[in-house]
Design a protein around this ligand. Sequence first.
Ligand code: SF4
Length: 399
Amino acid sequence: MAYQHTFHRHKTREVKVGSLVVGGDNPVWVQSMTTPDTYDLEATVAQIHRLEEAGCEIVRVTVPKPADAAVLSEIKRRIRLPLICDIHFDYKMALAALDHPVDKIRINPGNIGGYDRYRQVIRKAKAKGLPMRIGVNAGSLEREMAEKYGFPCPPAMVDSALRYIEIAESEGYHELIVSLKSSDVLTAVEAYRLYAKQANYPTHIGITEAGKAPYAVTKSACGLAPILLDGIGDTIRISLLGDPVPEIAAAFDILQATQRRVRKPELIACPTCGRLEIDLEGIIAQLEKRLAGKTTAVKVSVLGCVVNGPGEAREADLGIAAGKGKGVIFKRGDIIRHVLEKDMVSALVEEIEIWEKEEAAKGTLKTGGASIQNESTRAQERTIAMAEVEGRMRLPVLG
Ligand code: SF4
């Protein structure tokens, strides 16, 4: 019998953010943040459109000045993604943002000017029926916590988040999403793990100030993988220096690799070595092209010789074990075809299409998700096909 990996998702409440629902069994939504001055309407909207085109599902803009708050209604009118306003230091900017048709605000309670101001923001968010992210950050913990713990350690961050949750609950407000970010991977992982044992508000996860790609992507993956594999995380942002558009692909790749959200075929290819018996790079390049745009969660292995080829191919949904100028196609562990090297790509694509039809007939390939509500935007439509694997991971045996 096939071995099944265990996976338990952190059980969280559902919080509605615009047309999406964050938490519960819903997909881990991918979000990003704009970089122009928010009041520069044209630049901000143009960047949001580029982010949406890349697959971004929720977008955040900073609101440090009244001029930024003043354009929020117009930004919202011109975009389709749920819009979050990011507020630091000045609680009045949070109150101002809430006068616009935004979908959520994010504040850092540690720098908002005390509990009373925090309560004022909560009361207004509650009155408007809008959710809020409590963004606890290791670099800006409130003085009380910093003094109590002497250092911005995970327990201090979680203690801070729990304190702010308690205050929100005392106001009868529960539309919360929590983040516990640090630029230190170990601190972030421990903080999220500690939090998940004590609270059930959904989490926004990320490694803050990760720096410049490619190291920043690797660092984010190192920090987010343990969190995601522990079933924690309901929305994700990869923080990269510069243009935010590459953040989207990085986030989806991390979700794909951790199998928290599989939305494209997984290609398994060996690194090649002196034993290689086919043009593996050429075959993988052609396969990537032919499979571009497919959202099927199918695992396909293509290995360059008989050392690991048959073993990997047996464990994948579909696979090729290559020999000299030819290969054998496996499907769910059984040999189904012998092909020449020149026909490998077409044969594999054909088999993938047959596999998709069979899975669809069995009902394993769903084209919609009960948790996705009233969707009409392109980004949301794209997510429909992806939603089926979220929270219901299908994990084949790995060798
Ligand atoms: S599968 Fe074969 S060709 Fe590929 S790395 Fe392993 S030994 Fe080398």
